[in-house]
Design a binder for this molecule. Structure first.
Ligand code: PMP
Length: 296
């Protein structure tokens, strides 16, 4: 178990054991809130502005007022890393609807709750990054935007948890979720890319997925390399017959996929474009993605 972390909670930095929220918090009672998973590399918070944008846009969409300004929040994230002496970390920033009563009405929650944890995360073994991962399609469809928009990184992750459980049953590393029309949307906690004839392809946001910060970054890095990038709808068969495939996410970074629903993808090994992008991404994050160093 991780012990001894210093946590930011509603205006204060407290010991992990003292970082407690109310059982009446609607984040707990209803999964009502938004969050971000952010990385710090080498003393830089990677793509902090982009993460804060997504957090505030998500909060705005669900009608949630965040007590801190984005500028204050940037300082909170940096200070949490600093206080834990973590120049490389995985940061979880959470804003819940706050304390209310037992009804779901958000009007009964006068003040949102904010907390920030700086810790670490490891999703996959180094071997999987080298050899590639097997993934499967899961039966659980990604939420439809009209019901619970996947663009909002909300605390309500049951849709993804169902999907992860299904993937776990098969022993696969990840589950690929289709949208309600049967097009590939995303993995349970990552975005999906494939390569065909040298073109890099990923589903458009309107397919019903989270607009990943890593996704956008990888598209930019690919374009910088002169690789054509397309956002188009595609089906499982397009992935079966792809030359290369990989997933992207803040925690996972870029992880090659070599098997999908039992079909070998490409040569069965991580492809050349995938490997090049992994290298580009690792170099890019080392330099904080050209970002500003926000603490020493
Ligand atoms: N899709 C989902 C459902 C996610 O939860 C995440 C983040 N873990 C992603 C995609 C990737 O987004 P990002 O690159 O911003 O981490």
């Amino acid at each position: 178990m991780l012990v001894g972390l210093i946590i930011y909670l509603d205006g204060k930095f407290v010991d992990e054991e003292d970082a407690r929220i109310s059982v009446f918090d609607h984040g707990v009672l209803y999964g009502d809130g938004v969050f971000e998973g952010i990385r710090a590399y080498n003393g830089f918070v990677f793509k902090l502005k982009e993460h804060l944008n997504r957090l505030y846009h998500g909060a705005h969409t669900i009608g949630l007022k965040i007590n801190e300004t984005p500028e204050e929040m940037a300082q909170i994230v940096a200070e949490t890393c600093r206080r834990n002496n973590l120049s490389d970390s995985y940061i979880r920033l959470v804003v819940t609807r706050g304390k209310g009563d037992l009804g779901l009405d958000p009007r009964n929650c006068p003040k949102s709750t904010t907390f920030c944890i700086a810790s670490s995360i490891r999703l996959y073994s180094e071997e999987l990054y080298k050899k590639g991962m097997a993934v499967v399609t899961v039966a659980t469809r990604r939420n439809i935007a009209e019901a619970c928009n996947p663009r909002v990184k909300s605390l309500n992750y049951l849709n993804n948890i169902y999907a992860k459980m299904e993937a776990n049953l098969t022993g696969a590393g990840e589950g690929i979720m289709l949208n309600n029309e049967g097009y590939v949307a995303e993995a349970t906690g990552d975005n999906v890319f494939y390569v065909r004839d040298g073109v890099l392809i990923t589903p458009p946001i309107y397919a019903g997925l989270l607009e990943g910060i890593t996704r956008n970054c990888v598209m930019e890095l690919a374009r910088k390399r002169g690789i054509e990038v397309k956002e188009t709808l595609f089906t499982r068969m397009d992935l079966y017959t792809a030359d290369e495939c990989f997933l992207t996410g803040t925690a996972a970074e870029i992880i090659p996929v070599v098997k999908y629903d039992g079909r070998i993808i490409g040569t069965g090994e991580p492809g050349e474009i995938t490997k090049a992008l992994i290298e580009d991404y690792r170099n890019y994050v080392k330099n904080a993605g050209d970002g500003e160093r926000i603490w020493e």
